[in-house]
Design a protein around this ligand. Structure first.
Ligand SMILES: Nc1nc2c(ncn2[C@@H]2O[C@H](COP(=O)(O)OP(=O)(O)OP(=O)(O)O)[C@@H](O)[C@H]2O)c(=O)[nH]1
Ligand SMILES: [Mg+2]
Length: 439
């Protein structure tokens, strides 16, 4: 999904990361790469330029705060600007015992009927009473399609196949569900003899049922057109939220950015397949994090705040210089323990996520108490220079800690591995991780 956009953004970041210094020329080149990537991904040119101008301005003007490199700062500016373009975290929030009406808008084939069924299921699974109104009087068999989609979830569909007046059906549907449903979704027509007529019909339906929210359904594969389409609907009936469908297929994703920008509304849900459960709540920060290949930076920052981690600067410095004692290793284990699962943590560390094997990580996590007791049974000398530990010392340490010799050997080999890893990456990954932890 969205491979072009993701690869383009990540390549631009890689190029930035590989440059020796960060001067104006490098920033401008980075911005040019971004522009090209966004436009190739179907982002409206005007919006692409607005975003990249802001990135450039901020990258050149803002000074990195303590401990953060220029490069990291520029990447986080990009992250912020893309997330901002996508709007806030948003979704529908119906209340039990009070009826919330939602109207679906969108052109023919965008996925309104499918999404209506997906949303109805999504909320009925969460314990809400959901009703659906078949207000598409244009497409033959529209009501039947809706009933077929909704039947497995046991969602009631209000329809009147002889009635040609969609406004009347909407009104009667709303009345029908009053008092018995928490959420009512009105599926509307997408095709019309002419666009003007369609927009007028939407306007009238919205005026009639006064929905709490109008959801604009946009086909994620249509590219540039998203922008003008979203704008036209928005002018007819203010869009409260956006659903981007078909992000599982050939979608380049730029259309999603463009639709959000055109209406100022947030993307609430994304459709990721034809099946009824292929609907996800949308999170702009997570989306951009994924695009930039950074894992979920925001979640990491929050997690760190919760754990109130303190960074032992001296220790980090020493480890980065290539020295690693058993105490350092223990310290690492303990930090990770405090943060919760290693797996969860590693998923958030740039560059680590791809290489992390989750089964192995889980195993490693379970071993921490064993390692800890072994390290505690070592002498100061052994902790400082674990290389010196020979077979007879292994035997003694095993006895002292109540563990097996195999356990001790395992820890020593882990130590070696960690040291090698830190040397290979020149402490880069660890440094990044620690810096983020320190805020
Ligand atoms: N792959 C994929 N297909 C989808 C998704 N959402 C909808 N579709 C497909 O898109 C086609 C059109 O979907 P509909 O829900 O009928 O679209 P509509 O907006 O109601 O169309 P009209 O009623 O003609 O206005 C169907 O074949 C759906 O299966 C999605 O998220 N992924
Ligand atoms: Mg339909």
């Amino acid at each position: 999904m969205l491979d072009g956009l993701r690869n383009g953004l990540q390549n631009a970041i890689k190029k930035l990361a590989g440059s020796n210094t960060v001067d104006e020329a490098v920033v401008k080149e980075f911005v040019r790469d971004l522009q090209r990537t966004l436009i190739q991904a179907d982002v409206n040119v005007k919006i692409a330029l607005e975003v990249t101008d802001r990135v450039q301005k901020r990258a050149l003007e803002e000074k990195p705060s303590g401990g953060v490199t220029r490069k990291d700062q520029i990447v986080s500016i990009l992250y912020e600007e893309l997330a901002r373009l996508l709007g806030n975290e948003a979704g529908l929030h119906p209340e039990k015992g009070r009826m919330t009406v939602v109207a679906m808008l969108g052109v023919q084939g965008s996925g309104k009927t499918t999404t209506t069924g997906k949303l109805a299921r999504y909320f009925s699974k969460r314990g809400f009473q959901v009703g659906v109104v078949a207000a598409d009087t244009f497409r033959p068999g529209a009501a039947t399609q809706l009933k077929t989609i909704c039947a497995p979830s046991g969602v009631e569909v209000f329809s009147d196949e002889k009635e040609k007046d969609s406004i009347k059906i909407s009104r009667e549907g709303k009345r029908h569900f009053e008092g018995s449903k928490d959420l009512v979704i009105v599926d509307t027509a997408g095709r019309h003899k002419e666009e003007k007529g369609l927009l007028q019909e939407m306007k009238d339906i919205v005026k009639e049922v006064k929905p709490e929210a109008t959801l604009l359904v946009i086909d994620g594969t249509i590219g540039q057109q998203c922008y003008s389409q979203a704008l036209a609907f928005h002018q007819a009936a203010p869009v409260g939220g956006i659903v981007v469908t078909k992000l599982d297929g050939a979608a380049k994703g730029g259309g999603a950015l463009a639709a959000a920008a055109a209406t100022g509304a947030s993307i609430m849900y994304i459709g990721t397949g034809e099946r009824i459960d292929d609907l996800e709540e949308f999170s702009p920060t997570r989306f951009v994090g994924r695009l930039l290949g950074m894992g979920d930076i925001k979640a990491l920052v929050e997690m760190v705040k919760r754990s109130e981690m303190e960074v032992d600067e001296k220790r980090v410095q020493r480890m980065m210089s290539g020295k690693l004692t058993m105490d350092d290793l223990l310290y690492q284990f303990e930090q990770v323990n405090r943060l919760g699962s290693i797996k969860k943590l590693v998923e958030h560390v740039p560059g680590f996520s791809a290489s992390a094997n989750s089964a192995e990580l889980e195993k490693a996590e379970a071993r921490i108490p064993v390692y800890k007791s072994i390290i505690q049974s070592m002498t100061t000398d052994e902790r400082e220079a674990p290389e010196k530990i020979n077979a007879s010392r292994i035997k003694r340490i095993a006895r002292g800690s109540g563990r097996t010799e195999k356990d001790v050997r395992e820890l020593l080999s882990r130590y070696k591995q960690t040291k090698g890893l830190m040397k290979a990456s020149k402490g880069r990954e660890f440094r990044q991780m620690m810096r983020r932890m320190g805020g």
